[in-house]
Design a protein around this ligand. Structure first.
Ligand code: ZN
Ligand code: FE
Length: 255
């Protein structure tokens, strides 16, 4: 049996996720932007949080933790590299380490760039990856601490996961990301139709996450820095994909 995943809107545009294993009753909370909506989602399902997976140290991903722990007894897992600036960890993890949610085992993927210690969690049996502010729907996190090359390499690790993987990212930025993506890859029919679907979802107040890795590979400009049409549009035909990525990311920063 695979994990049941619940998407929890928090704050203005953040997402937390619940991952519940019915076999053991264990429930993981992935990132804690604020406690109230997470507590309400747990209560509505009669679940108890037994585990918290933290992707990175930014306040909008950890600041609800104390309030959650006031009523739930959960073990905290986060990056060893950032243990000094994350909440106290029960398990400090690095690239390739295993993380269990009930009977299902996942793997830690280090994805530096947005922050130096950002990690993602991949659960292959359920086909889900929690990527927060690394790979996002039609986007990627701003490169704050790492280098552009580091972020490109992080995204390449995620791009190599099975294409049917559900990508659970950290923010509802997809409509703005779509508008930017169309400036980079304007003739891509898959992007044009996805942008329409995103606008329709937002008009109805529906989340645009999780997304599917295969649709990110087809439409997310930050994964398409090696694509001929994208490079031609950038005036960078034949460029090193990491350099084309850096150009796309800096255009987004100015968009
Ligand atoms: Zn962040
Ligand atoms: Fe964030």
């Amino acid at each position: 049996m695979t994990l049941q995943i619940e998407t929890i809107p928090c704050l203005d545009d953040n997402y937390a996720y619940l991952a519940h294993d019915f076999g053991t009753g264990e429930t993981a909370v992935i990132d804690v932007p604020e406690a109230a909506p997470i507590l309400a989602a747990l209560d509505a399902r009669g679940w108890r949080a037994t585990l918290v997976l933290l992707t990175h140290h930014h306040a909008d991903h950890v600041q609800g933790l104390d309030e959650l722990l006031a009523s739930h007894d959960a073990r905290i897992i986060g990056a060893a590299a950032d243990a000094h600036r994350l909440p106290p960890l029960d398990q400090a993890v690095k690239e390739g380490d295993s993380v269990a949610i009930g009977n299902e085992t996942g793997t830690v993927i280090e994805v530096p760039g947005h922050t130096s210690g950002h990690i993602a969690f991949h659960f292959p049996q359920s086909g889900v990856a929690f990527t927060a502010d690394s790979l996002m729907a039609l986007g990627c996190g701003r490169v704050i601490e790492g280098t552009m090359t580091q972020m490109w390499e992080s995204l390449q690790k995620l791009a190599a996961l099975p294409p049917e993987t559900m990508i659970c990212s950290g923010h509802e930025y997809t409509a703005a990301n779509a508008r930017f993506a169309l400036t980079i890859d304007p003739a891509n029919p898959a992007l044009i139709s996805r942008a329409e679907a995103v606008d329709a979802a937002r008009a109805e107040g529906r989340p645009t996450v999780p997304s599917i890795l295969s649709e990110e590979l087809a439409t997310n400009p930050f994964l398409r820095a090696a694509d001929r049409d994208v490079q031609a549009h950038l005036g960078m035909t034949g460029a090193d994909p990491a350099e084309a990525f850096a150009e796309i990311r800096s255009r987004k920063d100015r968009f």
